[in-house]
Ligand binder design. Structure first.
Ligand code: HEC
Length: 478
């Protein structure tokens, strides 16, 4: 009896492995047929044309097409037509004068085939695996049921602190809610405002300081609210020894563009960005805190070598200015450089390498236009104003970001990964010598991504807004 069960099992196993071999090999054949076409010289030229003329707006990996709902059709002839006529109202000029008919035909075919290949990736994704250029990623859901999770910090005992924008600081242990932290200051949670980032002091283990950013309410006699930064310690899940380190001035009643991410360098300075609150050109006045990246010592005092410390009327915490809405902010653990991402208006989201005292130009220079389609500025460059390290049209609404340091992510090490609120994915930016050399959109449609952090044990965690959850990105073997 045992023998016959064994024989039947072996027989079934043979059939099963035979079938999967057939499925596999036919799939491989289809893949290699497409790959072969991709090698031919017309497609190689088309790839070059794509990189030259299209990738800046539609992304190197065509991620834009994957996240965008086709409006004008996705057959080869529709794509050809889009290339020929363009959509100038949306910033895409037609290419009839730039490319020959043959080049446009090949480009349309190239895009079509590339997106065909992408379909196969989507198939794998449904099975709980995302195939990306360098890695396969399995998203593991760690926490669910959150309401707009913003900041995320990892305590040395393995617990996680999660800030919800509406003003709650929550402590989780192994994915389960342990406590809601008490003793928070008064927070104005409305529009884009509320409780934002949270970050532990680099020497948290010895000093216990926790830093967090929120929309604070103006002192008596003033009207409105502004970005504030506080530090405190945790005792029995309550914030104690609270110190208000920064309170943006002047307060305003606008409910948008607050920033605000916090990051530390290795010299005990803390940096954070404050948004422009709709004040546009006023961000060039140094007597207010809007549209600036600020730097403080860890106790809130002003570092003696801040760039505007001797400028009359200037707010002494200013590190750089001319920003619209700084969302991501991170010091590179590799070389100490400071990187900031900010939202453009319609188009023109930026990644900036931030240097002290420099002017980043909003709204005098921008690659974006107004949401109503009107020009904000005809200029994308001007003397005395910095160019972004890279920019995006259309806007993907970059959010929290971090550097990848963990070796388990292999070729991602040294790259910046940033969340996209608008395209519901993660964007990986590869840097070399301070320059952006490649961009990839991955985990398409995973959800509206608010924040990205690397944990002390070297995993990338992302927070998603709707539905609100925390996900761990696990790299899966070759
Ligand atoms: C300056 C940015 C920009 C550049 C450069 C650009 N596009 Fe576009 N393109 C857009 C925008 C924005 C849209 C969406 C238009 C709309 O929503 O009506 C678009 C639409 C399209 C569409 C139609 C998508 C649909 O929904 O049907 C295709 C196809 C396309 N572009 C291909 C290309 C190709 C190929 C190139 C390079 C030769 C290119 N684009 C260059 C910005 C750009």
């Amino acid at each position: 009896m045992k023998n016959s069960i064994f024989l039947v099992s072996v027989f079934l196993l043979l059939i099963w492995s035979g079938c999967s071999f057939i499925v596999d090999s036919s799939k491989r054949k289809a893949d290699s047929a497409v790959s072969a076409v991709m090698q031919d010289s017309a497609m190689v030229t088309a790839a070059r044309n794509y990189a030259n003329f299209c990738a800046s707006c539609h992304w190197d990996d065509m991620g834009w097409f994957k996240t965008h709902k086709w409006k004008y059709g996705n057959r080869e002839e529709d794509i050809y037509n889009s290339i020929e006529v363009g959509y100038s109202d949306f910033g895409m000029l037609g290419y009839a004068d730039t490319l020959s008919e043959k080049e446009m035909t090949n480009l349309a075919k190239f895009i079509y085939l590339k997106l065909e290949l992408k379909e196969k990736e989507e198939f794998k994704k449904e099975q709980g695996l995302y195939v990306t250029e360098e890695l396969q990623i399995r998203p593991d859901t760690i926490i669910t049921g959150l309401n707009v999770p913003w900041g995320l910090a990892f305590l040395p005992d393995g617990d996680m602190l999660v800030n919800e924008r509406e003003g709650k600081m929550l402590r989780y242990r192994n994915g389960t809610l342990l406590a809601e932290i008490k003793g928070l200051p008064e927070i104005h949670a409305d529009g884009q405002g509320g409780l934002m980032d949270i970050r532990l002091h680099p020497d948290y283990k010895s000093n216990g300081w926790i830093y967090f950013a929120y929309t604070g309410v103006a002192k008596k006699g003033q009207k409105g609210w502004n970005t504030s930064v506080m530090r405190a310690k945790l005792k029995d899940n309550e914030l104690v020894e609270k110190q208000l380190l920064f309170e943006g001035i002047p307060a305003l009643t606008a409910n948008y563009h607050f920033g605000c991410k916090i990051t530390f360098d290795d010299k005990g300075h803390l940096f954070f960005g404050v948004g422009e609150r709709g004040t546009m050109k006023k961000v060039h006045e140094l007597s207010n805190d809007w549209g600036k990246v600020h730097r403080l010592n860890d106790d809130g005092s002003i570092p003696a070598d801040n760039p505007f410390i001797k400028t009359p009327e200037a707010r002494p915490s200013i590190w750089s200015y001319g920003h619209r809405n700084p969302q991501g902010l991170v010091v590179s653990p590799f070389d100490g450089t400071l990187w900031e991402s900010e939202h453009g208006p319609k188009g023109g989201d930026e990644l900036n390498l931030i240097e002290p005292g420099k002017n980043y130009g909003w709204p005098y220079i921008t690659f974006g236009i107004n949401y109503n389609g009107k020009i904000i500025s005809p200029d994308t460059a001007m003397a005395g104003m910095e160019q972004p390290a890279t920019y995006w049209i259309p806007s993907f609404a970059p959010c929290g970001m971090t550097f990848v340091t963990a070796e388990k992510y292999k070729n991602w090490v040294g790259d910046i990964v940033m969340g996209s609120l608008r395209f519901n994915n993660l964007v990986r930016v590869k840097l070399k010598d301070g320059k952006v050399i490649h961009k990839e959109a991955l985990l398409n449609n995973i959800g509206r991504m608010r924040n990205v952090e690397e944990s002390p044990d070297g995993f990338i965690y992302v927070s998603l807004e709707s539905p609100g959850m925390i996900i761990k990105l696990v790299p899966v073997g070759e």
